[in-house]
Design a binder for this molecule. Sequence first.
Ligand code: AMP
Length: 199
Amino acid sequence: MLRESFSIPHISSGDLLRAAVEAGSELGDQAKGYMDKGQLVPSELVIGMIRERVAENDCTGGYLLDGFPRTVEQAEKLESMVGANGHAVDHVVALEVEEDKVVERLSGRRSCPECGRLYHVSFQPPRSDGICDDCGAELMIRDDDREETIRKRLEVYRRQTAPLLDFYEKAAILRIVDGDAAPAEVAEQVLAAVREEDD
Ligand code: AMP
């Protein structure tokens, strides 16, 4: 929804890493073990990958990063990456959701390997069990969306990613949005938070 509203590319570090794993590239091979355990992939790998992606032509008018940065070190690298092109990080959106709800959402998440559409077994089920409404492909479950791994990812979030809230609060670009609502409503709130600051 944000990608369409702003006509900018949506760059998800997790999607890029999963594509690298799928392609069997060197980066994918190095990243896979960490991802399966719910740990962060070493920053130097992720930063290099993002640096390459944002240098592509479709990023000249801005872009939306999703899942990056995940540590203060990555945030500092992002600052210099963006600054080198005479730009700045305009907004940082933190979506707040209670941990039990995160577990409920992720453990029921299903995705289409062909078109990327997301579903949830209870909240947004496909018309036909396990099949994508749009392209008919068989839906898949992410390897790291098992409860035990989700709990590990949340622990990693608390320890390594939550300090970013302070980092961006100090930079006065942090927008906190309640993520515990229907997707369209959350998107509206994010748009409102970002636009308010632009005015
Ligand atoms: P996500 O799709 O954003 O939930 O990311 C899935 C997994 O990819 C994470 O649990 C990490 O193992 C890895 N990953 C994604 N983004 C990053 C990042 N910025 N830094 C380190 N690891 C990442």
